[in-house]
Design a protein around this ligand. Structure first.
Ligand code: ACO
Length: 423
C-alpha cells in the first residue's frame, strides 16, 4: 500500500492511500486527528470520501455513470426499471425466473395499508406531494414490523418490497386525492412503470390501455434516476441509517433531502423557471444575464452539477428521448422551445464554459414529465420513485459494512471564546 506524507508544524505524518477498482485515489485521514490533533476541513464534502462502495461508479470528467459495472447507456431504455432495481439492491441482474418472482412480489406489495389511506384525507389540498410522500414513508414504520430488522434479513427483504411496491402507489394516490378521484389499484401483468401510469391516469369507468410510448419513457426516466452514488439524499439516507434508524425512517429522510431545489427539486424549478421566462415575454437572454450577475442570487435551474464537469450522461440520453417522446405524442410545447434556446445560449457562453456548467438530468426530465401529463409538483416525486432502489442499496451496504460507524463529522469552532455568565 502506498502512503502520503503530510507535514504540519514541523512534524511529518504518514497517511495510508486507498485506491478504488477504477483507479480513484484517496488519502485515508481516519487516524490524522489522533496522531496530530488536526482535522480535515471540507465544507459541503466536495473532496471527502465518506465510504467505500461497490454500487455506482461516476467519472464526472469523462461523463461516465455505471450501476454495478454496467454503463447507463446499456441499461436506460433497454433493461426494465424493476430489473435495474434488482441489480442495484442484489448486485447482479436477475435471471428470468428471479425477474418474474421479483416483479410479482413488487406488485403484491404495492397495496397501501388500509390504515394509512386515512392519512391522505388529513393533508390540506395545498400539501406538496413530496411532503405527503415523506410522511407516508415515515409512517410505514408504525404499520409494518421492523423491530427485528437489525438482525433479520427476511424482515428487511419484506420491508424493501413494501417500500418499492408502495412508493409509486402513495405517489399516485396523492395525485388522485388532489383531483378528487378514486384510487386505482395496480395489475399483476403490468410492468412497474405501466402500473404507475395506470394508478395515475386510469379511472374506474373507462378502460385504460397504458400508452407504450409513455411506459417506455417513464421506464427510462426511472432507470436514469435509480442511483447516483453519494449525492445529498443518498448521503442523508446513509447518515440517518448509520445511527441504526430503520429502513423507513432512513428513506423518509432521503425523500426530504431530495425535495430541495438544488437537488431533486430542480426538475420542478426548471419548469417554473421556463414558465416564468414565457410569461415575461420569452426573453431567455435576460435570465442568462441574471444567472451570470454576481449580485443576483438567481441560478439557471437545470444547469451545473457537483460531479459532472463535462456532460451529464443522463442528460445526453434524455435530450434524445425528449425529442422522440414529444414527436410521438405530437406535443408542441412553447416551453420546450425556450429550453432549447436557453441550452444553446448557455452552451456557447463564456461564463458557463469556464465553470463547466452543462444541462443536467433535471433540465430535460421535467419537459418529458410535462408532455406525459404529470403535474409539475409531482416531478420530484417521480425522481424519488426512481431513486428508491439506489437509497435501499446504499442503506444495505452501509448496514453490512463491518467497519461502519455512526456518521459524525467534526467542525472548526469559530464562535466566542469562554465568556463569564453574570446574573
Ligand atoms: N447558474 C448560474 N451559475 C451557476 C450555476 C447555475 N445553475 N451553477 C453553478 N454556478 C456558478 C456558481 O455561482 C459558481 O460561480 P463562481 O465560481 O463565479 O462563484 C460556479 O458556477 C461553481 O458553482 P458551485 O456552486 O460551486 O457548484 P456546486 O458544485 O456547489 O453546485 C449545483 C452544484 C448545486 C448543482 C449548482 O450548479 C446549482 O445550483 N445548479 C442549479 C440547480 C440544479 O439544477 N440542481 C440539480 C442538480 S442535479 C441533481 O441533483 C439530480
Amino acid at each position: 500500500m502506498s502512503t502520503a506524507k503530510l507535514s504540519l508544524d514541523g512534524k511529518e505524518y504518514e497517511l495510508p492511500v486507498i485506491t478504488g477498482t477504477e483507479g480513484e485515489v484517496a488519502v485515508d485521514v481516519r487516524k490524522l486527528r489522533a496522531q496530530s490533533g488536526a482535522i480535515t476541513f471540507d465544507p459541503g464534502y466536495g473532496n471527502t470520501g465518506s465510504c467505500k462502495s461497490n454500487i455506482t461508479f461516476i467519472d464526472g470528467e469523462k461523463g461516465i455513470l455505471r450501476y454495478r459495472g454496467y454503463p447507463i447507456e446499456d441499461l436506460a431504455g433497454k433493461v426494465p426499471f424493476a430489473r435495474v432495481a434488482y441489480l442495484l439492491i442484489h448486485g447482479d441482474l436477475p435471471s428470468e425466473q428471479e425477474a418474474r418472482t421479483w416483479r410479482r412480489e413488487l406488485t403484491q406489495n404495492s397495496l397501501v395499508h388500509e390504515g394509512m389511506l386515512k392519512f391522505f384525507d388529513s393533508f390540506p389540498v395545498t400539501a406538496h406531494p413530496m411532503n405527503i410522500l415523506a410522511s407516508m414513508v415515515s409512517s410505514m414504520s408504525s404499520f409494518y414490523p421492523h423491530d427485528a430488522e437489525l438482525e433479520d434479513d427476511e424482515h428487511i427483504r419484506a420491508n424493501i418490497l413494501r417500500l418499492l411496491g408502495q412508493v409509486k402507489s402513495i405517489a399516485a394516490f396523492s395525485y388522485k386525492k388532489s383531483i378528487g378521484q378514486r384510487y386505482m389499484y395496480p395489475l399483476s401483468d403490468h410492468s412497474y412503470a405501466a402500473n404507475f401510469l395506470r394508478m395515475m391516469f386510469a379511472t374506474p369507468t373507462e378502460f385504460y390501455a397504458v400508452p407504450k410510448v409513455l411506459e417506455d419513457a417513464l421506464d427510462m426516466l426511472l432507470v436514469l434516476h435509480a442511483d447516483h452514488e453519494q449525492n445529498c439524499s443518498t448521503s442523508t439516507v446513509r447518515m440517518v441509517g448509520s445511527s441504526g434508524a430503520n429502513l423507513y425512517a432512513s428513506m423518509s429522510a432521503g425523500v426530504n433531502a431530495l425535495w430541495g431545489p438544488l437537488h431533486g427539486g430542480a426538475n420542478q424549478a426548471v419548469l417554473e423557471m421556463l414558465e416564468e421566462i414565457r410569461k415575461d415575454g420569452g426573453d431567455y437572454k435576460k435570465f442568462v444575464a441574471m444567472a451570470k450577475d454576481k449580485n443576483n442570487p438567481f441560478k439557471l435551474f437545470g444547469f451545473g452539477h457537483r460531479v459532472y464537469k463535462n456532460f451529464d450522461p443522463r442528460a445526453t440520453l434524455l435530450r434524445k428521448a425528449s425529442d422522440a417522446v414529444l414527436n410521438e405524442l405530437g406535443v408542441e410545447d412553447p416551453l420546450l422551445d425556450i429550453a432549447k434556446q436557453l441550452e444553446e445560449v448557455a452552451l456557447n457562453d463564456e461564463y458557463f464554459l469556464e465553470r463547466k456548467l452543462y444541462p443536467n438530468v433535471d433540465f430535460y426530465s421535467g419537459i418529458i414529465y410535462r408532455a406525459m401529463g404529470i403535474p409539475t409538483d409531482m416531478f420530484t416525486v417521480m425522481f424519488t420513485i426512481g431513486r428508491m432502489p439506489g437509497w435501499i442499496a446504499h442503506w444495505l451496504e452501509m448496514r453490512k459494512d463491518p467497519g461502519g460507524r455512526i456518521h459524525r463529522p467534526r467542525q472548526i469552532y469559530v464562535g466566542p471564546n469562554l465568556r463569564k455568565y453574570e446574573k
